[in-house]
Write a new protein. Structure first.
Length: 253
């Protein structure tokens, strides 16, 4: 496994914090890791162009400083749905661009943690969705569940969509986004009973936690890809590499 794709039940569920925590957890065990956020809206314009705060944090947490353009290939200024932002900017979000950036990052680190934008089925174009990215990259999916009223429905719908669209759900992480949530433990028990994947951590309500603080709550070692899932990821990765080689004119030995 050369990386993970982090998605969430909705916007604001804590994908960036979890991604940073996972990066720190990987680094704590020795391997090098880089972060990636292929598509981001709500970016600020500076002397070097558009920059997204979440992407900058992922870049800073990396074991080396990757070029920003690889960490965040598609950056848009307005804080709106990415396909709308892309349309207004006259930009087409393309999978080959994301694949090439990912492959470059993967060549510089042992693992790459890729954070999605919004939820699993956020559109990126007329025929492109966030859910297409991990399949193209051959990455298993980690689902971040924002613990609040309604999270059970959101989580189960997302799980069904991940599995129904050919994704490999490697685990889920609960993140308490509502400090006053009632019956938190009962909700967690229901999620654990109904999601057919291991729970990799439960984060309580935390004020501005650092990545190193989150490590104690996360258990990526519990990821256990079943043989059929590992085979699916291997097949997807082979197809991705074949497309990349075809695009560059390379031949595989």
């Amino acid at each position: 496994m050369h990386g993970l794709f982090v998605t969430g039940t909705d916007t604001g569920c804590g994908k960036t914090e979890i991604s940073l925590g996972l990066m720190a957890a990987v680094q704590a065990t020795g391997p090098s890791v880089l972060g990636m956020k292929p598509v981001a809206s709500g970016c600020a314009r500076g002397p070097d162009g558009l920059r997204n705060d979440d992407a900058l944090r992922l870049r800073a947490q990396g074991s080396s400083k990757a070029p920003y353009g690889l960490v965040n290939p598609y950056a848009f200024a307005p804080p709106i749905a990415p396909h709308i932002a892309a349309g207004e900017a006259g930009v087409e979000i393309r999978l080959p661009t994301i694949e090439q950036a990912y492959r470059t990052l993967a060549g510089e680190a042992d693992q790459v943690i890729v954070e999605g934008v919004g939820g699993w089925r956020v559109p990126l174009g007329p025929n492109l969705f966030v859910s297409d990215i991990p399949k193209a990259l051959g990455l298993p999916v980690i689902l971040v569940v924002g613990l609040k009223l309604g999270c059970i429905n959101h989580a189960l719908l997302t799980v069904e969509s991940i599995q129904g669209t050919g994704g490999v759900l490697a685990g889920w992480i609960a993140n308490q986004v509502d400090p006053t949530m009632l019956s938190r433990d009962a909700n967690l028990a229901t999620l654990a009973a109904l999601i057919d994947a291991p729970c990799l951590g439960v984060l309580p309500w935390l004020e501005a936690p650092t990545p190193s603080e989150l490590v104690g709550y996360l258990h990526p070692e519990l990821i256990d890809l079943q043989p059929r899932h590992a085979a699916k990821l291997a097949t997807t990765q082979t197809r991705t590499e074949a497309r990349s080689d075809a695009g560059t004119g390379k031949r595989r030995a």
